[in-house]
Each structure stands twice: as C-alpha cells, then as structure tokens.
Design a protein around this ligand. Sequence first.
Ligand code: MF3
Ligand code: CO
Ligand code: CO
Length: 341
Amino acid sequence: MPSPTAPPVCKPNDPCWCGSGKKFKRCHRPTAERVRAGRLGPRRSVPDHIEHPPYAESGEPVRWDEPLVKSPEVLDRMRRTGAAAAEILRTVGAAVAPGVTTDELDALAHEECIRLGGYPSPLNYRWFPKSLCTSVNEVICHGIPDDRALCDGDIVNLDVTLWREGVHGDTNATFCVGTVDPESRRLVTVTRECMDRGIDAVRPGLPINVIGRAIADHADANGCAVIRAFIGHGIGEQFHTDLAVPHYFEPRATTIMEPGMTFTIEPMISLGSWQHQIWDDGWTAVTPDHSRVAQFEHTLVVTDDGADILTVPTEGPTAADVALEQALGNERSAAPSPSLR
Ligand code: MF3
Ligand code: CO
Ligand code: CO
C-alpha cells in the first residue's frame, strides 16, 4: 500500500515512493541516460529588416558603463521587450513534448523573436551558436539546442532572451516532459519558490545579498543546493552588466538596491551537487554528479517598495505559472487516490 505521507524524495535504497515495495533504485529512479551532446544544425539567420545588436556579427559584446538605474524612457522599452520575451517563452514552452528536439524548439524561438520584431539575444553572443538555451536534466544552464529529442520523464529549461528597441528581456522556466518522477517535480516546484522568495526580498535601501539569502534558506530547508557559478546580472541595453546577483548568501554583495535598477534573478537549484563542469563545447554546464537542476528567471526593476517583474506577458499566465501547474498537476495525478490523503 502506498503511504499517503510518503516523502517525494527517495534515497537509492529507500522503498520506492510508488509503493511497490522495491528499492527506489530498482524501481522509479530516473534511468534516463545522461545527456550527451547531439549534432548541431546550421546557423539560423535574422532578416535585415530586424535591427541587429552590436555583437551580432563579431560575437563580442561592446562593453560600456551603463547606469544601474534606468531612465523612465529606458524602462518603458524594457517593459515592452520583457513582455514580448515572456510571450515567446510561453509559446516555446507549449511546444515541449516527448520526441521534440531541442533544435526544433530553437527554430520556434528564433521565428517568434523575429515575428515580434526582435533579435534572439543568444545568437552569436560571445559566439553562442543558437537562439535559445535548452538545458535538460543535469544540464545547469547554457545547453545548446541540437538534434536530441526530449524523452518522457525529462525536465528542460528554456531560456529566452529578446533584444528589441535596444534593450534585452531575459526569462526562463523549467518544463516537465510527459510523466516526470516526483523528485524532479518537487525540484521544479522548490526552484520556482526560490525565485519567488528572491523577488520578494527585493527592496530599495537593502543590500543585494538579501536576495541570495532568501533563496539559499529556502533551498536548504528543502534539501536542495544552490549552484554557485552562475548568478543573476544587471541588464538593459547590455545583456549582462557588472552588477552581480548571487543566489547564495554572499556578504560582499553589498550594492544597495535603488528604485529603477534592473537585474535578473535566476536561481539554478540542484538535487545534489552545487558544483559544475563545462563540456568541451565551452558552454554546456552540468553537475559533476549528474544530479538534476531546475531554474526559473525573470528580469525585474526595483520599485519604491519592492520589485516589478518586466518579463510578464501582456495577458494570460506567465510561463513560470504554466510550468508550476505542470509540476503540481503532474504530482496530483501521480499521488495516491484522494481518499488516502
Ligand atoms: N540567458 C542567459 C542568462 O540568463 C545567458 C545566455 S548567454 C548565451 O543570463 F550566450 F548562452 F546566450
Ligand atoms: Co539572465
Ligand atoms: Co536567461
């Protein structure tokens, strides 16, 4: 009989959560193979009528001392670009299904950026070869879309960044592919909560390290680890500025938040190691123990009393809400019958 209070996380030798009486490792432990690099498709082009960012040809972003606090005019542009990025992420997220390749998702993201009048920021940014980042299972971030088809049981993060009206909007969410094990679904839920806690910690007058403290406290309380090597960043006319937003508690991150500052919060949360390794492609970051990682990201602006999220669609749910619903809805249908709960 499955216990109604069975913890969703099982160690390898624990009885499986499904109630079979078998060890977790012999039953429902995800056996999906490690993610391996597939084959890259040809480079996609952006038509001439779409304005290209300065790095589009050279690969090298032009760096300049962009103000941390944006003018209302820049914020208006960031709000419009952010909304468009959010809509693209939701559209591409809706295409996630077993059998779909990450390159097909890249093609869709690429087309949607152009259809909405913008340039897909990742394309040739520091020579990144594609228009979208697709990070599957143990891939932490910066996965390169290729001919690998998504498998039933995978989790996949889609990271969309759009450059339009001279500014970037950067947002991502982690989606469940088909039927996903409870431990991974819990990871997705906890990661979404970590992002929300980070956003709730934003307040003018406070040091930026309160964000990482809020995120790390929630990850710790749930037995999860915060990836340290990749952090949130200032954003605006440049994709990444010098402003650093660690997702763990970093006492030296003492920049005081001020109304009008724009940055991302994008915690990567692991079921195992907080460390990372980079593949030979120079981009794909994975956990050394192959533990799965989820991530959510918003671009936001500091307001007089908190934060305003810029990467929300003009109407309808955010991709993060759709993804959370998937993780929870999935969980409801996989749980023991309601009478047991
Ligand atoms: N979107 C990523 C971030 O959140 C950055 C991707 S860099 C790229 O910061 F070159 F891979 F696109
Ligand atoms: Co970002
Ligand atoms: Co991003």
